[in-house]
Design a protein around this ligand. Structure first.
Ligand code: HEM
Length: 317
């Protein structure tokens, strides 16, 4: 991936101000209820019973936004679409968005609420943080697998490239550190960090900074030359693997980062100040994580009359 490449859309804009809290108020044809309440009510039993959904949805949003902006291009079906790009093959949660979409359409009316907004509102419900989401996005018409493979960052991205990549989207260094705090939930496959265990930078050895207990445990999960791609928790605090909190930052301060970039943000002086602030104050992290998710959700959005409101999130109208 070229670090100076951009999101690749001429149409969208960094429209923090153009999106609104409560954009759909009064727009439902069937009900006076607002869309956020409808999505809240649509929280299927899956939200309650499958804690893994939190991480899956957050990553889905991140991967949508980094390719052509926050336009639900990730949801489109088809062999040549983003969904089938290599970094996206492990993404899950599409059915949750489908469910939220059909629930909203039943309650609110057809063709009113975009799939891009459905993603954003569903995630706020999943993470159970009470920040105010902004809506008013329209859905994109284009989704390109090759573009996604070019733009989505790999786990071994350097901090310098990470800063450039996020900077291209209008996100600053502390936004970037806060957002990677999303790794406080969810899992990574062995293939995403195997080199750190056995052949760091082609040395034939493990990454020297990794905590020795973590190294031993990851080697058990991911034996060398195994044919099975197991998973490890991104947050090594077993008490909060699926809870949005600051423990990820505390873990990386103990050299217990699973992905290369996770550990690097604590080793680099450009980012470790924010890591320390977040590790020291859970309430600060919770309030700022929500605000930064809202900011990321405004990257390269399409506004009326651009794009469309898809009738099915999986295909253009
Ligand atoms: C340079 C930036 C980033 C890189 C290189 C990166 C890389 C990765 C990788 C390699 C995985 C594991 C994939 C797998 O093996 O299945 C992962 C998982 C995850 N990432 Fe990131 N990530 C980045 C930024 C972000 C951001 C900004 C967010 C959220 C705002 C995020 C949220 C997540 C979540 C929640 C998971 C767990 C997914 C699951 O449990 O299914 N990541 N990331």
């Amino acid at each position: 991936m070229s670090p100076v490449d951009t999101v690749g859309t001429k149409e969208g804009c960094l429209c923090f101000a153009a999106l609104q809290v409560g954009y759909y108020n009064g727009k439902c044809t069937n009900t006076s209820a607002d869309v956020e309440t409808i999505v809240k009510n649509s929280r299927t039993s899956q939200f309650a019973t499958d804690a893994m959904i939190i991480g899956q949805l957050i990553r889905l949003q991140f991967h949508d936004i980094f390719v052509r902006g926050c336009d639900a291009s990730i949801l489109l079906d088809g062999k040549s679409k983003e969904k089938n790009a290599a970094p996206n093959l492990n993404l899950k949660g599409y059915n949750i968005i489908d469910n939220a979409k059909s629930f909203v359409e039943n309650e609110c009316g057809t063709g009113i609420v975009s799939c891009a907004d459905n993603i954003i509102v569903a995630i706020r419900e999943a993470v159970v943080l009470f920040y105010s989401v902004t809506t008013g996005r329209r859905d994109g018409l284009i989704s390109n697998k090759t573009k996604a493979e070019l733009l989505l960052p790999a786990a071994e991205i350097s901090v310098t490239d990470f800063i450039i990549l996020f900077g291209n989207l209008g996100l600053n260094v502390s936004d970037m550190v806060l957002l990677i705090g999303g790794h406080t939930v969810g899992v990574a496959h062995c293939s995403s960090f195997q080199d750190r265990l056995y052949n760091y930078s082609n040395t034939g050895k493990a990454e020297p900074t990794m905590d020795s207990t973590l190294l031993a445990s990851l080697k058990m999960t991911c034996p060398q030359n195994s044919m099975v791609d197991n998973t490890a928790n991104l947050d090594q605090n077993t008490a909060s693997i699926n809870t949005i909190d600051n423990s990820f930052f505390m873990q990386i301060q103990k050299n217990k980062g699973v992905l290369g970039i996770d550990q690097e943000i604590d080793l680099d002086t450009r980012t470790n100040g924010t890591v320390a602030s977040m590790a020291n104050d859970n309430n600060l992290f919770l309030s700022q994580f929500g605000a930064t998710m809202v900011k990321m959700g405004a990257v390269n959005v399409l506004l009326d009359p651009q794009g469309q409101v898809r009738l099915s999130c999986r295909s253009v109208n």
